[in-house]
Design a protein around this ligand. Structure first.
Ligand code: 13P
Length: 252
């Protein structure tokens, strides 16, 4: 089984000071035998401060996005070499990037390949909209996002996949653990297995969408769910640490 993972996506929240404080609180609450990988994904501007705050601890750092090119005339963008020394991970293809900032399966694929080429662990985010679910296309949409996002990728040793149904993000309406398992044990796992064979079983699969301390254990109890990608609840150190604790416990 893959090592469990709990990642906090801070989105466009926290000033530099707040980020530093939150990262320090998470660091202080995370023991050396935490039992899962703990990843903080602050805004770009706070990557350095968070990296410094968690140095020497078990806590790892991720960016929330990046451009696929290494440098050039891309005003406002951040490249893989820029974040490489400040992060271990990078979220790619989050539904907010897809819906609000024009990310497509094709650009996400370029970013995944760039992340792997720069020794970063990509966290490929996939998930269907409510309309796609209601029209019975959730499995097909997610399978396609996984396939297209990994087109041309040969080695998935460092890959993490997060299933985040769009309708469950920030709504307080989490998927049921059974619904999440249906997609993660279905579209996500089947597609990875068809493309990469046995290596698929070592890819951590995270559920995201209104994860909180009260529901995290029921997701982690599912066989195809190895952890969580947490938005709102990751902004409170005590809630995030409780999610880390219950996921690690469920996955022992
Ligand atoms: P919430 O936990 O706030 O629903 O956000 C989920 C998410 O988008 C994490 O990437």
């Amino acid at each position: 089984m893959p090592t469990p993972v709990v990642a906090g996506n801070w989105k466009m929240n926290t000033t530099l000071d707040e980020a530093q404080r939150l990262a320090s609180e998470v660091r202080d609450g995370t023991g050396s035998d935490v039992g899962c990988d703990v990843i903080l994904c602050p805004p770009f501007i706070s990557l350095q401060a968070v990296w410094n705050a968690v140095a020497g601890s078990q806590v790892k750092v991720g960016a929330q996005n990046m451009h696929h090119e290494s440098s050039g005339a891309f005003t406002g963008e951040i490249s893989p070499p820029m974040i490489q020394s400040l992060c271990d991970h990078v979220l790619l293809g989050h539904s907010e990037r897809r819906q609000l900032f024009g990310d497509t399966d094709q650009t996400v694929n370029l970013k995944v390949k760039a992340a792997l080429a720069h020794a970063l662990r990509p966290i490929l985010c996939v998930g269907e909209t409510l309309e796609q679910r209601e029209s019975g296309r959730a499995q097909e949409v997610v399978a396609n996002q996984v396939r297209e996002g990994l087109s041309g990728v040969e080695d998935i040793t460092r890959l993490i996949v997060a299933y985040e149904p769009v309708w469950a993000i920030g709504t307080g309406q989490a998927a049921t653990p059974e619904t999440a398992e249906e997609i993660m044990g279905g579209a996500v796992k089947d597609t990875l297995s068809a493309l990469f064979g046995d290596a698929a079983s070592e890819v951590p699969l995270l559920y995201g969408g209104s994860v909180n301390p009260g529901n995290a254990a029921s997701f982690a109890a599912q066989p195809s769910i190895h952890g969580g990608l947490v938005g709102g609840a990751s902004l409170q150190a005590d809630q995030f640490l409780e999610i880390v604790r219950v996921v690690a416990e469920a996955k022992v």
